[in-house]
Design a protein around this ligand. Structure first.
Ligand code: TYD
Length: 228
């Protein structure tokens, strides 16, 4: 159930997904800035997973910078603990007030990274854990920044040389990242009503930004969203 069907939570929840190096973070920032100009600062909330809350940032630290020996099931549960906190503190209160909530990564990251790439299986995560944690806060829209793993890793390690950061998951094998990217494509094709796929364009940040705005505007028209 998404926010329009909920009735008591008239905001919009939009998630952004993609493999490493897809340029997702830049696009979330740009859409967020654009929406703040249109709808007003206080009506647009941008957050990231894992993190965004004090408890979530502590969990993020363990997940992103912790030992590479973490048990896959421990990893799965920590991501969901951070998500539960984020929904409790951020998404639900803001959606109730009719705000637009933008998530840089959300439930599909767990299905793809832990379920598929870590091989924990998608069935339990998708059909039991996700509904338990997310309840009636399914995204109204998920935008997938689709990139090939080779290109994505080139971007990540190019960025790292220019002072960027890499994280524990960036350092996984090429096969791991290929599984992530293919996993996303499969989820998107199984959920065409929720997903919009934006293919990666080299040096195409501005064109991608315009595409993302267009996707957002189509959503607003479709669901009839109005700011509070
Ligand atoms: P981050 O630095 O935010 O990466 P990115 O810029 O690519 O979003 O690190 C988050 C990492 O956590 C990223 O590698 C994906 C991973 N992740 C999961 O494995 N499962 C999840 O449920 C979430 C939310 C993230």
């Amino acid at each position: 159930m998404n926010s329009k069907e909920r009735g008591n939570a008239p905001g919009l929840l939009i998630s952004f997904e993609g493999g490493e190096g897809s340029g997702k973070g830049t696009q979330v920032d740009r859409l967020s800035n654009y929406l703040r100009q249109i709808y007003g600062e206080s009506n647009v909330i941008q957050t990231r997973e894992p993190g965004g809350t004090e408890i979530g940032e502590q969990i993020r630290n363990v997940l992103v910078h912790g030992s590479s020996e973490m048990a896959p099931k421990a990893e799965l549960m920590l991501f969901h603990a951070a998500r539960a906190q984020s929904l409790y503190e951020i998404a639900r209160p803001h959606l109730k007030q009719g705000h637009i909530v933008l998530y840089d990564r959300f439930l599909d990251s767990s299905i793809v990274y832990q379920g598929i790439a870590r091989k924990l299986g998608t069935d339990f995560i998708e059909h039991q854990l996700t509904p338990f944690i997310v309840e009636d806060n399914m995204p109204d829209l998920t935008i997938l920044f689709d990139i090939d793993a080779e290109q994505g890793l080139k971007n990540v390690f190019g960025r790292a040389q220019n002072n960027g950061e890499t994280n524990r998951l960036d350092k996984e094998s090429l096969a791991f990242h290929q599984a992530v990217n293919q996993g996303y494509r499969d989820i998107a094709s199984r959920n065409p009503q929720r997903y919009a796929v934006v293919p990666y364009m080299h040096n195409g940040e501005n064109a991608t930004e315009m595409k993302v705005r267009e996707i957002f505007n189509n959503l607003v028209e479709r669901v009839g969203y109005r700011k509070p």
